[in-house]
Structure formats: C-alpha cells, structure tokens
Design a protein around this ligand. Structure first.
Ligand code: FMN
Length: 226
C-alpha cells in the first residue's frame, strides 16, 4: 500500500483480533512517528508501547470509562439510549493487543516567556503530526488504530500515568489501540456542510450523520483567494 492509499483509507477502529502485533511492525510505526517535523527539531515527544495483557486490559477499561462519561455524556450530551447503543462498539475493546501512548516530553525549556504559548501550540501540533504518521504507517502495515484524546477531559489521564509509571512532568497527549481489524471496512459517504456546521450537542441524529464521512474537498478548498 502506498502512502496516499494509507492516508485516505485510514479510519478509526475499535474491534481488534486478540492476535499480537509483531514487534517489527511496532518498530516501523514508531520510526514513522519520529520522522515527523517538530519546531527546531526539538522532538518533544515520547512514546509508551503497551503489550502486556494485564496492562492493555486496564487501559481499555479506562478509555471505555472516559468515552462513556466524559466524551459521550459530558462533552456531547448524548441521550442515554444512544450512549448505550454506541458503547456496544466497545464490547471487545479489552482484547486490544497493543496501545501506544503519545506523550509530551519537552526535554528542554529554552523559550522566552513571551514565546511560551506559541511553543506550546507548536508542540501540540507536532505531536499530532507524529500521531498521524504512526497511524498512517499502521494502516500501510495492515493494522487498525483510533485516536483517543478524551483523557484531556479527564484531568489528563492520571490513572494511566500511575499505572504505567509516567513521570509527573510528562503529559499524555493521545492514545491509540493497535491491532488487526475485526470489523468490516467503513463506508464513507460524502458529508454535507450542514452535518458539521449544524451539529448541536445532544442531537444524536446529527451526531450519527456527522460521524459517517468526510466533507468533499470542494467545500474546504479555496483556490488562490478565500
Ligand atoms: C484530537 C483528537 C481527539 C480525539 N479523541 C477521541 C476520543 O476521545 N474518543 C474517540 O472515540 N475518538 C476520538 N477521536 C477520533 C475521532 O472521533 C475520529 O477521528 C473522527 O470521528 C473521524 O473518524 P476517522 O478517524 O474514522 O476518520 C479523536 C480525534 C482527534 C483528532
């Protein structure tokens, strides 16, 4: 699979076969992640790869908890019956064979006070680039992933920091499960701008439409001038 195909076919996966992920594939994903650009090449990231079953189960249960209470209920204000329906997607999530945590580890603090905010934004952006590289590489290797950032709504995932011995000064930014798919390929019908611009918290029908596809390029592209 070439890079373009991996980029355009990647989609969020929640159901995995329990089959372990080969160490050389994990290494290849991480090599792709650290190839991402970063401000002044400071590479303010660190990764935690978790494959030990007692730990992966813990992580899965924590993410399920955050998804239900912080993402579906608190953030999206989803009605209870819809939350129950969506939580069925997580029924086998605790069989996920591998999780990768992408963390902020600044390593050096050199910014002038007036540049701290800009640098923090840049760090955030480049960790996103590392995460996307990792997920794209996983797709190219036949593996599924899904970006979880919901732990930011739960105080930054302290239970995971405690579980994995992550130092206090290191921030967990995002997590992805990694494994072989156990779900059919997702259909991606073109969305309408209304699906995105018209979205309101608590509207489960609107959310269902929102989660289906992507906006056509022409709706987000401006040529030469806005
Ligand atoms: C910053 C960020 C945070 C996200 N956090 C979550 C999350 O907490 N839970 C979740 O299920 N998906 C999360 N997602 C995944 C998005 O919901 C998903 O990418 C989006 O619905 C588009 O679907 P796709 O990944 O299949 O293209 C997050 C994505 C991003 C970029």
């Amino acid at each position: 699979m070439d890079a373009l195909e991996a980029l355009t076919t990647r989609h969020g996966v929640l159901r995995f076969k329990p089959k372990p992920v080969e160490p050389d594939k994990i290494k290849a994903m991480l090599e792709a992640a650290i190839a991402a650009p970063s401000p002044a090449n400071l590479q303010p990231w660190a990764f935690v790869v978790v494959t030990e079953p007692s730990l992966t189960r813990h992580i899965a249960h924590y993410l399920i908890h955050v998804q239900k209470h912080q993402v579906f209920r608190a953030l999206l204000d989803m009605p209870d019956d819809f939350t129950v329906k969506l939580m069925r997607l997580y029924e086998s999530f605790d069989q996920t064979p591998c999780f990768v945590l992408v963390c902020l580890d600044p390593k050096v603090d050199f910014a002038q006070p007036q540049h701290q905010a800009a640098l923090h934004d840049w760090y955030l952006v480049c960790r996103g680039a590392a995460m996307e590289n990792l997920m794209t590489a996983a797709t190219a290797l036949g593996l599924g992933t899904r970006w979880f950032g919901g732990l930011a709504l739960d105080g930054g995932g302290q239970p995971l920091k405690d579980l994995l011995g992550i130092p206090p000064e290191v921030e967990i930014v995002s997590i992805t499960p990694v494994g072989y798919h156990d779900e059919p390929p997702k259909e991606r019908p073109a969305q309408e701008l209304l699906d995105v611009a018209g979205f309101k918290r608590g509207d489960s029908l609107a959310l269902t439409r929102l989660l289906r596809g992507k906006l056509p390029l022409e709706q987000v592209l401006h040529r030469n001038r806005w």
